[in-house]
Design a protein around this ligand. Structure first.
Ligand code: HEM
Ligand SMILES: [Ca+2]
Ligand SMILES: [Ca+2]
Length: 335
């Protein structure tokens, strides 16, 4: 028998023989440990996290995109282990201070810290739930708050024991990446092109700083001032919202049509040349990814299913169990 507390529910292989965890399907018996990981120690963990998320979302919408992006940036650097939440110290420049992470909005960190505090106020839950699992649960809850699909969250991640700014380098995609580059980066994390396209639809929500799109609207290349794959009217709107000398703190909606809803409008935008980043628009201009964009643009149920599948796989990236991790007392500092 395995001791789930020690080995973690994510251990590949199990007493069910050689069945690897990634074959785990919600509702099947062999999954009960994963979805019920805190069943004995903290049975109400899901309800408590959900309540804190809902309160915080009511206070500020930014909680939604901030948490979703935080989860992505956590999982792609050292796995889903809350390494992104560690604060820098005089001896260690942590992940969150790498240039690719400095625009992570504080509300994502804050909602995890608040949920952790609420959990720690319950004696049986105190220091039992990892920050990585809290972030995974909060992410599902913000997806639901944005009217996206709900899904069961696998649990049992342990918190990472290191976080360095240097380790971020090369692991997160950039707004000017092409499909090949994106595929490579996602493949490193066992995610397919379909997963990559589904997860990119996170850009159906949230904000971006003007500096991230200046190249597309002011100095694209030698023959075009404006990126020709940009919709003409949308390019005009972007130039108005992002004048050359704009305050660098100004942020614009990534999805110009339904910025507060997690929906497949993202793909319809791409069909019309309204993808904000090059990395969004290339999913439509590249003939290998376009069929997927077209199919999800017209079928929101198919997109939802792909999004849930991809989020579940994202949540499995580099998961730590046993002595590879621990349960942090403070999500922002090592024990
Ligand atoms: C596919 C490659 C991706 C690239 C190149 C990319 C790049 C970016 C950039 C440049 C921003 C704007 C940051 C700023 O200016 O403040 C952003 C925002 C955002 N990204 Fe991505 N991203 C990618 C994939 C993802 C994925 C997979 C997710 C989540 C599953 C995600 C979630 C978000 C969210 C929600 C925001 C808005 C954040 C906010 O409003 O605070 N992104 N992304
Ligand atoms: Ca991490
Ligand atoms: Ca949307």
């Amino acid at each position: 028998m395995i001791n789930p507390r020690r080995n973690g529910a994510f251990r590949s292989g199990s007493r069910h023989g050689s069945l690897p965890y990634h074959l785990c399907v919600s509702g099947h018996n062999h999954c009960s440990a994963q979805h019920n990981f805190y069943g004995k120690s903290c049975p109400n963990v899901e309800a408590i996290v959900r309540k804190i998320v809902q309160q915080k979302v009511k206070e500020t919408f930014v909680t939604i995109p901030a948490t979703l992006r935080l989860f992505f940036h956590d999982c792609f650097v050292n796995g889903c282990d809350a390494s992104v939440m560690i604060q820098s110290t005089p001896n260690n420049k942590a992940e969150k201070d790498h240039p690719d992470n400095v625009s992570l909005a504080g509300d994502g960190f804050d909602v995890v810290i608040k949920a952790k505090k609420a959990l720690d106020a319950i004696p049986s839950c105190r220091n039992k739930v990892s920050c990585a699992d809290i972030l995974a649960l909060a992410t599902r809850d913000v997806v639901v708050a944005a009217e996206g699909p709900s899904y069961p969250v696998e649990l049992g991640r342990r918190d990472g024991l290191e976080s360095t700014a240097a380790s971020v380098h090369g692991n997160l995609p950039g707004p000017n990446d092409n499909v090949d580059k994106l595929n490579k980066l996602f493949a490193k994390n066992k995610l397919t092109q379909e997963d990559m396209i589904a997860l990119s639809a996170a850009h159906t929500l949230g904000f971006a700083h003007c500096s991230k799109v200046f190249n597309r609207i002011y100095n694209f290349n030698r023959t075009h001032i404006i990126d020709p794959t940009l919709n003409k009217g949308y390019a005009k709107d972007l130039r108005l919202a992002c004048p050359k000398n704009v305050d660098p703190r100004i942020a614009i909606n990534i999805d110009p049509i339904t910025p507060k809803k997690l929906d497949n409008i993202y793909f319809r935008n791409l069909q019309q040349g309204k993808g904000l980043f090059t990395s969004d628009q290339v999913l439509y201009t590249n003939r290998r990814s376009r069929p997927t964009v077209d199919s999800w643009a017209k079928n929101s149920a198919a997109f939802n299913a792909a999004f849930v599948k991809a989020m579940t796989k994202l949540g499995r990236v580099g998961v730590k169990t046993g002595h590879n991790g621990n349960i942090r007392r403070d999500c922002g500092a090592f024990n």
